[in-house]
Design a protein around this ligand. Structure first.
Ligand SMILES: [Fe+2]
Ligand SMILES: [Fe+2]
Length: 299
């Protein structure tokens, strides 16, 4: 019995829809639109994220984790397009999404913003008691979705979980472990202290690290830094791999790594979980997704 899980992040769908900079005016959104038009549009190529999605569909994993930043400046029109893009990608029961800082770039009424992505971040009714953290159970896989995205001041891209999510998480992790699930925690910001500059970091990373170290998890997935990352946290029954992926639309121009997604193949072996990762990345020469590497995660 092999469980298969895909992880992608930071699609940053472009180009910006007409009028994004000025509609529902917010200064940060205007500055974000200028930054997109000057520079960021050269880094994020929607044809690459489409190729990456086709590659995931071909691999047909059992479930997909998408750790945020689907839009850029939280323009209302961006959320409508993001929903169409997700619908083309796959069924909401197959894809689990958590928001990134660009999906909460400025305060947006729920119904004009993240509500569009609601079906992709709705927990199973029997396993979830709040919007976040949500829990989805897929065979032996438990997907736990955290929301670290709250609007930030002009020059910041930080995140915060807040006391309510941090209070609910330990009991969820404990219950799911007792039931024998492979616990996968999804969060946009890197979840441990020191993995991002303060301006862009998760403010309560120390508290989250303490919860994870105390209760354990089989896998923690994040985005935000737009590069491959593998960190290991010591848990109560073994190592907890904490893995980040590059932006799913990155051409590889400039200082960022080209787009990639990770495929996890999870097996139970002599009473413990074993996880193999296969990295699939964008090759700018052949203009297609290729196999990059394959290795076992520490456990
Ligand atoms: Fe991002
Ligand atoms: Fe981000």
């Amino acid at each position: 019995m092999t469980l298969t899980l895909a992880h992608l992040s930071d699609v940053h769908l472009g180009p910006l829809p007409q009028g994004s900079a000025w509609d529902n005016f917010a200064l940060k959104r205007l500055v974000g639109a200028l930054s997109w038009n000057l520079n960021r549009h050269k880094l994020h190529d929607p044809t690459i994220s489409s190729a990456l999605v086709e590659d995931i569909k071909r691999a047909a994993p059992e479930h997909v984790a998408f750790t945020g930043d689907i839009v850029n400046i939280s323009a209302y029109a961006e959320f409508k397009r993001a929903l169409r893009w997700l619908q083309f990608f796959g069924d909401p029961t197959w894809i689990s999404f958590v928001p990134g800082n660009h999906d909460a770039y400025v305060p947006v009424p729920w119904e004009n913003g993240l509500a569009h992505l609601g079906p992709y971040m709705t927990g199973d009714p029997a396993a979830t008691t709040s919007m976040f953290p949500y829990v989805r159970l897929r065979r032996n896989l438990a997907m736990i979705g955290l929301n670290s995205a709250i609007p930030q001041p002009l020059t910041k891209a930080a995140g915060t979980l807040g006391p309510r999510q941090l209070e609910m998480l330990p009991r969820l992790l404990r219950d799911l472990k007792a039931k024998g699930y492979y616990r996968t925690v999804m969060i946009h910001h890197p979840p441990l202290p020191g993995l991002a500059p303060t301006r862009k970091a998760l403010n309560d990373a120390t508290l989250l690290r303490d919860v994870l170290a105390r209760e354990g998890a089989e896998l923690v997935l994040h985005g935000h830094n737009h590069r491959h990352m593998l960190n290991v946290l010591e848990g109560p029954d073994g190592k907890i791999p904490v893995v980040g992926v590059p932006s799913a639309s990155m051409s590889g121009a400039g200082r960022y790594e080209p787009a990639a997604w990770n495929l996890y193949e999870i097996n139970r072996h002599q009473g413990s979980w074993r996880t193999q990762v296969s990295i699939r990345g964008w090759d700018s020469e052949s203009q297609r997704m290729v196999s990059r590497s394959q290795f076992m995660l520490p456990s």
